[in-house]
Ligand binder design. Sequence first.
Ligand code: PMP
Length: 358
Amino acid sequence: MSRFFSDRYATLVPYVPGEQPQDRRYLKLNTNESPFPPSDGVLAAVNEEGGRLNLYSDPDARALRSRLADSFGVAPDRVIVSNGSDEVLNFAFMAFASEKTPLVFPDITYGFYPVFAELNRLPYTEIPVRDDLSIDPADYIGKGKKTVVIANPNAPTGLFLPLSEIEKIVSGNPDGVVIVDEAYVDFGGESAVPLTAKYDNLLVVGTYSKSRSMAGARLGFGIGNPDLIRDLNTIRNSTNPYNVNRMTLAAGVAALEDDAYYRANCKKIEAAREWTAKKLTALGFTVIPSKANFLFAKTPAIGGEALYLALKERGILIRHFNKPRISDFNRITVGTQEQMETLVAAIETILKEQGGLK
Ligand code: PMP
């Protein structure tokens, strides 16, 4: 810390993103990226738009918002786009949470929520998930003016709450905003976007980073009542009106045109996920049932961190969280079937070496 760093942030502990090592080529199963490249249409759109980088991007993102609105069956004034969904989450925390409307989210969830809360000096409560790591929806009903944040499917567990439970949470908090983070919804979950027509306190957040193979382009979105979107735009326009660059805006439109390609990829990932879950279970792992593009798993044969390190030595990266309640687990991104076969073979070898597999 320099002697000039504001005391407002002196105690801030930043979010630690998953490793993105540049030293060697790893099989990357640690940050929930798609193993599939962007579609040809996206590549062509990026190439074409690159020639116009001398001009600012559309601060209202009209083309993309209108196309996204069509694909979700909502009006464009219900859509905001952002530089990754992290950005719209931060905007939402800034816009809706305060001393009078504190945040509530599970103790086991996306690690950026407490960081955004700390950054913006917002009070928050973490509600413990059950012993099986599931969220009890009843814990989030009747919270008054509190701002509820739920990732659905949750991360890093992959557990999914049915839409009926999400609706109970939204209808059970008419005086507070409920933010539903659907980063992983396209791998077998069900989106709450249709509920935004009925509830003015629901903000659904989505991303192109996972199911649409665009983590490196940084594109996220929020969908909700036009008044909520207007508030988010007040924050956005006070921060960075050109928050999404030209190439990413164009890629975002093109990806929606190539929806069939991305849907097919999601199905492949779901199939590889189920195959991997079965294999790991047969090897003695406890595997949390996942509706996301990752699995959360542990085994009594080897500690979470030890397995993470042993795989890293073999050139395979997975994610270990050194956090109470979940330090025995690892989060494994689901890649292609072939990648998952490589992973399972490496785990088998490690377990044999450890004497954990006879
Ligand atoms: N929400 C959740 C639950 C996530 O796991 C992630 C990915 N780290 C994000 C949001 C943010 O993703 P992005 O900013 O790439 O859209």
